[in-house]
Ligand binder design. Structure first.
Ligand code: G4F
Length: 326
């Protein structure tokens, strides 16, 4: 019996991964963090009745140890993080404790309790900072020059996974994932913020969208496609590090243009810049070269940028039709 243990199971990726592994016949368990608003803890996974969840935290090694002894997973996915790059400038120590030392905590528990299991670490394109190869792509060999507390912590996580792999012979792999979105994305990330507010504008609930930098460029894929890559990575005989991306890049401005146009609106009539949303340091451009995972593992995204944004638009239209008070 395959048993998956997902740290960050209540997040966007964790919830899609849990769904996908249940469909494949896995037993799925995970940890959730305590939150003062109880509904916020499980709303992405409340429909998954077969998932077993314990309270736990990447910063509480005993909770990790206990959960691994209880569920004895064959695959461990570490998707837990303080995942917001701008907020990492506000809470840098917390971000480093979770995103860097938290990886070490789970690796230690894994090594002690279930060293025969396979381990996936959610590494990030934010690790590259503003490094880019001459052909304007980032890949696993591109130098990592992180420019946020989030990125610095993720670089530590990436390297400690490689170190534990080479030192202890663990089956531990990194997925270097570029931005990935969905209707389940938090609405303080730019894609879902733009879509949610544009739909509110269309429904005359508001008439302004305040953003930070409109010129930064991202390689945006769909979380549903990317969790399939995570699973594929752990099915390989040898552990390794893989880039997962669409290979396309668009600016925040182009994102706004597309979403507002789909709603028969002109983004220039509503979008304003608010310095509050600018970052102390900005990563200008991301475009990932995922040719290796496509060629060697046969991974291919199902969603296009357009079909992903259309799904998010549909989600918010339906949401506001059913939640009239917002
Ligand atoms: O949606 P974002 O906040 O994502 P960001 O910073 O690229 O980070 C995401 O992708 C990383 C992978 O590269 C992950 F590791 C990380 O966990 C997260 O999932 O911002 C995207 C871009 C940035 O350039 C930001 O400056 O949008 C720009 N932006 C402009 N106005 C804004 C806003 N971002 C946010 N969140 N809110 C704004 O109002």
């Amino acid at each position: 019996m395959n048993r998956a243990f997902i740290i960050g199971i209540a997040g966007q990726d964790g919830s899609y991964l849990a769904e996908s592994l249940l469909e494949k016949g896995y037993e799925v368990s995970g940890i959730i963090r305590r939150n003062s608003i109880v509904e916020h803890q499980r709303n992405r996974v409340s429909h998954l009745k077969d998932v077993k969840m314990e309270y736990g935290d990447l910063n509480d090694p005993s909770s990790l140890d206990r959960a691994l002894r209880l569920y004895r997973p064959t695959e461990i996915y570490n998707l837990g993080a303080q995942s917001h790059v701008r907020i990492s400038f506000d809470v840098p120590q917390f971000t480093v404790q979770v995103n860097a030392l938290g990886v070490l905590n789970i690796l230690e528990a894994y090594r002690q309790v279930v060293p025969e299991a396979r381990f996936y670490q959610a590494s990030s394109s934010e690790m590259f900072g503003n490094s880019v190869d001459d052909d304007l792509f980032q890949r696993a060999t591109t130098p990592m020059n992180p420019i946020s507390p989030y990125g610095c912590a993720k670089v530590f996580g990436y390297h400690i996974v490689k170190l534990y792999r080479s030192s202890y012979g663990l089956h531990a792999s990194n997925g270097i994932l570029f931005n990935h979105e969905s209707p389940r994305r938090g609405s303080n990330f730019v894609t879902n913020k733009v879509v949610k507010t544009a739909v509110q504008i269309k429904l005359k609930k508001t008439n302004i969208l305040e953003l930070g930098n409109l010129d930064s460029q991202r390689d945006w894929g769909h979380s549903w496609d990317y969790v399939r890559a995570m699973h594929l990575i752990l099915q390989q005989e040898k552990p390794d590090d893989w880039v997962v991306s669409t290979g396309e890049t668009r600016s925040v401005r182009q994102l706004c243009e597309y979403v507002f146009r789909r709603l028969d609106l002109n983004y220039e009539d509503y979008v304003v810049q608010n310095p509050k949303y600018l970052r102390p340091n900005e990563l200008d451009y991301l475009r990932g070269d995922s040719s290796r995972i496509r060629k060697e593992l046969g991974w291919k995204p199902k969603y296009t940028f357009e079909s992903m944004m259309d799904e998010m638009i549909e989600y918010w239209i339906t949401y506001f039709e059913n939640n009239v008070e917002e």
